[in-house]
Design a protein around this ligand. Structure first.
Ligand code: DAH
Length: 321
């Protein structure tokens, strides 16, 4: 614009000024005044336009900006490692057609223990392990996410296919691997004709998606009151890969040389649990599993002490998410 109107030779104003000599002497002063007035107007307008533009860009008129430069880094937050892992797990199961169901952290003792076939005098119910609520004898801070299985089965008819992430609580003294509050993801699938092979296939698909495509799973017999049979599941160490015979475990810092990492508990839903929740075990069967998010965080990212995850130290948290 400046060039077009005020350019030295071709600018419109300059050309008008050059033609002033064509005016009769008597008219010249007035013509000159008019053209100079026009020039002052255009200069003022251009200056004002520049000012506006600088204002839009948040700078001053004199600070020219190169709008093609990459932006400076904005101080954006990120998800906490636990939230991040939880969402990744959710994403994988959503892709497998699961729904996400979230249950309460204050849970009925009946759902947390009894309906899950954990008998009245089971040591897990001990005051030393469970937070009971004063004035509410029938309620506890849930000690695992498994009671959500009960809630969901009581309220829905099969087929059921859910995961349930959330917090769980136990009266544990904090140390490198324990925290009174921790996170789990529960899984439950109930339908006609569900077999152990479905559980294996599902956990294999999940672990390969989460830890890596050549992860191998190992099912060891285990015991949980709410599943029969029950299995503890290990994955081959994704760090040294020795579980697959690829290389020697040696002193692998992740699996401590064993080649395997224990990552979850699982099994076929106990017929008594199905019955307790109004589902006919003669017609339906199902599998369930539960995994600890902190444990997954520690093995996947080599976090040496669980307490680090709760200390809000940005030097650690800033590396993830
Ligand atoms: N609730 C168990 C715990 O907290 C984990 C678990 C094991 C959940 C086996 C399950 C399962 O659903 O089938 O230790």
């Amino acid at each position: 614009m400046r060039e077009r109107y005020l350019g030295r030779k071709k600018g419109a104003v300059s050309q008008l000024l050059a033609r002033l000599k064509e005016f009769a002497p008597a008219d010249k002063p007035r013509a000159g005044q008019a053209v100079n007035g026009l020039k002052a107007f255009i200069e003022a307008s251009l200056a004002a336009a520049l000012e506006r533009r600088a204002g839009d860009a948040g700078g001053s008129a004199s600070a020219w900006r190169d709008h093609s430069l990459p932006p400076s880094e904005l101080p954006v937050g990120r998800l906490h490692l636990i939230a991040d892992i939880q969402r990744r797990i959710e994403d994988i199961f959503l892709q497998l057609g699961y729904e996400i169901a979230v249950g309460p952290e204050i849970e009925l003792e009946d759902y947390n223990f009894t309906k899950l076939n954990i008998p009245e005098h089971h040591p897990a119910r001990d005051e030393q392990d469970t937070f009971f609520l004063e004035g509410h004898d029938d309620r506890v801070l849930r000690t695992h996410t498994s009671p959500m299985q009960v809630r969901y089965m009581l309220e829905h008819k099969p087929p059921l296919k859910i995961i349930s992430p959330g917090k769980a609580f136990r009266k544990d003294d904090p140390d490198a691997t324990h925290s009174p509050c921790f996170h789990q993801v529960e899984g439950l699938l109930v339908e006609r004709g569900i077999r152990f092979s479905h559980l294996k296939g599902t956990l294999e698909a999940f672990c390969r998606s989460f830890f890596g495509p050549d992860i191998v799973l190992r099912f060891r017999p285990g015991y949980f009151p709410f599943t029969e049979p029950s299995a503890e599941v290990d994955i081959s160490c994704f760090m040294c890969r020795s579980g697959q015979g690829a290389i020697q475990a040696g002193d692998c810092r992740v699996c401590k040389g064993s080649g395997w990492l224990e990552i979850l508990g699982s099994g076929m839903v106990h017929p008594r649990v199905l019955g307790n929740c109004g589902i006919d075990p003669e017609v339906y069967s199902g599998f369930a599993f539960g995994l600890g998010i902190e444990r997954v965080a520690m093995i996947k990212y080599g976090v040496p002490d669980l307490r680090l995850l709760y200390e809000n130290d940005l030097r650690l948290l800033g590396q993830f998410g």
